[in-house]
Design a protein around this ligand. Structure first.
Ligand code: MLT
Length: 409
């Protein structure tokens, strides 16, 4: 008899965004006339940049020609894309890596989940709370998170609360943690870490021999010139941090699927006997067993993001979504409701009035304004009493959605 991975059975029945879709679908059954506006899941709405489309069309043509056809590509990614990343995302900012420190992937959700494959199941983990739910769920799936307790926390996870009282900036934990997840600009609160705040984390990791999983999927949305885009802007980070970047929110690739991971050669983890193992080599071994690389067409599309036209088009796209955020904030600020974010990230983090729970406020917005939000508690216990709105919608949808929300407050 085959036995299941019982850890998976500990997960809530649905992933957060699946749960929301289910609730919205039942609302649609009872309200078939409703004109629902979706400001829930952070999915982009603008088409991918023209430079990427043209590059992908050309690449598809190459695959249809016997002289330029390609089969399996390198598991780690094609040199042309890795070189573009090294040059534009790092060397241009004074950060240098070798090509074999970059791993092209199908996006940060898979990467931040899969990285757990090369780390023992009994490492302790720490997360900022609220946090992108896939980090927790993937640790639950392999038994690393322990069991779910009554307060909504997992027994083996250290939660670092990010609340109004600390400006949504987590405090450095008192205890030692093996693996720390940081996501900045933050999903869902929209908060960012200054250089000095990020330095505290790098120093903590160095002093405690910890590993930082740094998700920078939203770095293109940083508007403040003093905020770091990469953890490697901090001295010493190359020894303790793995960075994740995504083209999903940068260039509308949520459906195309492409991102990358940086694993510097200096980052190591130990065996039980204390031998240090470079994670870069271990990840390559894992990838060459379980992954055959991202499609050539996709990687050519991603490479086009770094051309002069691609850069302009991406900039305009980010500007559009940040303008949405600005418009939404302006309208919300007239209502007296408390909200945060939307400055360096495409998310607004809204405090539910009258101490309503996240789901109660979610229902109010759905039933009275016919707007879909994301309940904050879905991102962790400290998210209770909040909802998140995305500014990734089309302009008229963001405007109308916020207008309807303002009316029902
Ligand atoms: C979100 O809404 O938090 C994200 O879009 C989900 C994701 O990136 O997987």
């Amino acid at each position: 008899m085959a036995l299941v991975n019982e850890h998976l059975l500990k997960l809530p029945e649905n992933y957060l965004f699946t749960d929301i879709v289910k609730r919205v679908n039942s609302f649609k059954v009872t309200h078939p006339q409703a004109r629902i506006i979706h400001l829930g899941i952070g999915d982009v709405t603008l088409p991918i940049p023209k430079a990427c489309v043209e590059a992908m069309q050309k690449a598809a043509g190459e695959l249809g020609n016997p002289n330029t056809f390609r089969g399996y590509g390198p598991e780690q990614g094609y040199d042309f894309l890795i070189e573009a990343i090294l040059k534009h995302d790092y060397a241009a900012h004074g950060i240098y890596f070798d090509a074999n420190e970059i791993f092209i992937s199908d996006g940060s959700k898979s990467d931040t989940g899969n990285i757990g494959d090369i780390l023992r199941h009994d490492n302790s983990i720490g997360v900022t709370d609220p946090i992108y739910p896939a980090y927790i769920d993937s640790n639950v799936s392999c038994g690393r998170a322990g069991t779910l307790e009554k307060d909504g926390k997992w027994s083996n996870v250290v939660y670092m609360p990010c609340r109004i009282e600390n400006n949504f900036i987590p405090e450095i934990p008192k205890q030692r943690i093996d693996i720390i997840y940081l996501c900045y600009p933050n999903n869902p609160t929209g908060a960012v870490l200054s250089k000095s705040e990020l330095k505290k984390w790098v120093n903590y990791a160095i002093e405690n021999d910890a590993l930082i999983i740094f998700d920078a999927a939203y770095e293109r949305y940083i508007q403040d010139p003093d905020i770091p885009h990469s953890i490697y802007e901090i001295k010493g980070a190359k020894k303790v941090a793995i960075e994740f970047r995504s083209f999903s929110k940068t260039a509308g690739f949520t459906g195309v699927r492409c991102g990358y991971m940086v694993i510097p050669k200096e980052v190591t983890a130990a065996t039980l006997e204390g031998k240090r193992i470079p994670l870069n080599k271990l990840w390559l071994r894992r990838q060459s067993t379980k992954f055959n690389g991202v499609s050539y067409i996709t990687q050519r599309g991603a490479e086009a993001i770094y051309t002069p036209e691609g850069k302009e088009q991406v900039k305009a796209m980010v500007q559009y979504y940040m303008d949405n955020a600005r418009i939404m904030k302006k309208m919300l600020s007239k209502t007296g409701i408390q909200f945060f974010g939307g400055e360096n990230a495409p998310y607004l983090w809204i405090k539910a009035p009258d101490n309503q729970t996240s789901w109660k406020f979610f229902d109010k917005l759905l039933y009275e304004a016919q707007v879909v939000s994301t309940p904050g508690v879905g991102f962790g216990p400290s998210g209770e009493g909040y909802v998140r709105l995305t500014s990734f919608g089309e302009r008229h949808q963001c405007e109308e959605g916020i207008q309807r929300i303002c009316q029902c407050l």
